[in-house]
Write a protein that binds this ligand. Structure first.
Ligand code: HEC
Ligand code: HEC
Ligand code: HEC
Ligand code: HEC
Length: 433
């Protein structure tokens, strides 16, 4: 936690310059209107479907409703502002709740009014059919290197956007990653080369490359594109590397941060400064966007039926109460912990039929048939099904079942998103038995 904060603060001030290489109009030519010198870029990345916060921890950051608030507050009538996403806005294609959080994010993004959205490596993990559907969503998607099996681009490689007195070319590039069925990632070097003649013809003031890069990938892209002025964004960037283009730090995982890059035109060059704004609970949720993502979530969820108590006979679960006879001390500790009533909070929140909530607030959740064994986080959530163990212990017959639990038993529920300040040592100390 402390280390993470230090990284964020370390990134808060990141500067650089880049030269214009396209001879646009001189800003101060006699008899001409003086051009606006400032551009603000608001950028996001790696939202991963975190459209609506689940509310599992007050420490949780992100969510599209808070993003909308920051977008509103930062947009000023006289300040040219470009709003872009660097990719990975959808949940991973194998995310158990992709069917709910995907549509929520797409609908929310439509409301947020982005100027350009890069199709990232996470999106490239979807099938070509799903990407075609995404293309028809009306979002301003760009990708210069995601193609079908024949190598034909699936999206427009770039968009030319005018903001104030800036003519901006936004190019989309996806970092490497496993491609979905029928999808092909073309080498970024080649993709950039193909755009060179178009850029020379269009003569934008500013060339902005959007991508979900690591630091090394961003540096390589800067080397391969002499035209680029700014590259948004590089993960784990700790200082501004010296390249021809300004490389901006990535905004955090699950939309925990929003990036803001300020750009000042200074003759033929640009000066940049970037900072990352944390999306904590101190930022109010935008009511309209909140209502929207909630509604889309409800609609998507209606197609899924939960089936409680179906697993009992199938999966050898017993129940926490059945352990009490022989493990009275452990039972007492468990009963006093929050795990023993973890389902109650969902009743309070009217979320007992929400599959994307129930999974971690019950015992024996199984994705395959959207079923679970019992309410609350019982002994068997961590130890696994215990019926065979009880049989062996009472009758001395049967093979039993290993009931070992450890660090790894926590992480399926205490994930980075749902339990952001989780450490095994600290959390285990509260429920040690
Ligand atoms: C009839 C008594 C009995 C019941 C009921 C019972 N256990 Fe046990 N359990 C034992 C005994 C005895 C041991 C010690 C066995 C040993 O050391 O080999 C044990 C050991 C364990 C261990 C340590 C496992 C290991 O491999 O060292 C765990 C964990 C455990 N039980 C969990 C549970 C859970 C969870 C339940 C309920 C689903 C449960 N037990 C129900 C008697 C019982
Ligand atoms: C991936 C697992 C997971 C999912 C999915 C999940 N939760 Fe949670 N939830 C947790 C964990 C773990 C905690 C405890 C977090 C902590 O204290 O660090 C928690 C805590 C909570 C709390 C705080 C409990 C309290 O006593 O203050 C609320 C409220 C909550 N969850 C509601 C929800 C809702 C509503 C959803 C669905 C939108 C949901 N959860 C989905 C794992 C999950
Ligand atoms: C949140 C997860 C979790 C829950 C819930 C939980 N346990 Fe455990 N339990 C663990 C972990 C992890 C360990 C092993 C800790 C270690 O290795 O030192 C453990 C250890 C044990 C042990 C001692 C095993 C040994 O080898 O010494 C027993 C017995 C046990 N649990 C029984 C229970 C019973 C009975 C319940 C329910 C009343 C329960 N546990 C609920 C996670 C859990
Ligand atoms: C099946 C999902 C699940 C698993 C597995 C799980 N937890 Fe939890 N845990 C939860 C939920 C849900 C809550 C919140 C319950 C509530 O407050 O209503 C929670 C709450 C807690 C809390 C209370 C947090 C607080 O602020 O007081 C502790 C401590 C905790 N878990 C420790 C652990 C540890 C340690 C493990 C692994 C050994 C573990 N949990 C495994 C779901 C899980």
């Amino acid at each position: 936690m402390q280390r993470r904060l230090a990284v964020i603060l370390g990134l808060a001030f990141c500067m650089g310059t880049a030269a214009t290489r396209f001879g646009g109009d001189e800003p101060t030519q006699a008899g001409r209107k003086v051009k606006n010198q400032f551009l603000q870029i608001l950028y996001t990345r790696d939202i991963l479907g975190n459209a609506e916060l689940c509310g599992c921890s007050p420490e949780q950051k992100g969510g599209l409703p808070r993003m909308a608030t920051v977008f509103h507050e930062r947009q000023k009538p006289n300040l040219a502002t470009l709003k872009v996403d660097c990719g990975n806005f959808l949940p991973k294609s194998d995310d158990p709740w992709a069917d709910i959080h995907g549509p929520q994010t797409i609908r929310g993004y439509q409301a947020l009014g982005y100027d350009a959205i890069n199709v990232g490596s996470v999106e490239a993990g979807y099938s070509v059919a799903e990407l075609r559907k995404l293309r028809d969503s009306g979002l301003p998607l760009v990708s210069a290197n995601i193609g079908d099996a024949a190598g034909r681009l699936l999206f427009s490689p770039w968009r030319v956007i005018t903001k104030g007195d800036f003519k901006i070319a936004c190019i989309g590039l996806s970092a490497k990653g496993p491609a979905g069925e029928g999808v092909q990632l073309l080498p970024t070097e080649e993709a950039l080369k193909r755009l060179q003649p178009l850029l020379a013809k269009e003569k934008p003031d500013l060339v902005c490359i959007l991508g979900d890069f690591t630091v090394n990938e961003a540096v390589a892209v800067a080397r391969n594109s002499r035209e680029a002025h700014v590259i948004l964004s590089a993960k784990d960037l700790k200082f501004a590397p010296s390249t021809n283009a300004f490389i901006a730090p990535a905004s955090g995982q699950y939309g925990s941060l929003i990036g803001r890059a300020d750009l000042r035109r200074n003759g033929p060059t640009f000066e940049f400064e970037a900072e990352l704004l944390p999306l904590t609970h101190a930022i109010a949720a935008d009511a309209a966007v909140l209502k929207l993502v909630k509604e889309v979530g409800e609609t998507a969820r209606r197609t899924i039926t939960l089936s409680p108590h179906r697993l009992g006979a199938l999966d050898d679960f017993a129940n926490s109460l059945a352990c009490k006879t022989c493990h009275a001390r452990e039972y007492e500790i468990w009963e006093a912990s929050r795990h023993s009533h973890a389902f109650d909070i969902l009743k309070e929140r009217e979320a007992t039929t929400r599959i994307d909530c129930v999974a971690c607030h019950v015992t024996g959740y199984r994705k395959r048939d959207a079923g679970y064994f019992a309410e609350h986080v019982g002994c068997e959530s961590c130890h696994g099904p215990g019926r065979k163990h009880i049989e062996l212990m009472t009758t001395g017959k049967g093979a039993g079942a290993p009931l070992r639990a450890g660090k790894e038993s926590c992480q399926k529920c205490h994930s980075e998103l749902n339990s952001p300040i989780f450490t095994f040592e600290y959390y285990w100390s509260k429920i040690q038995h």
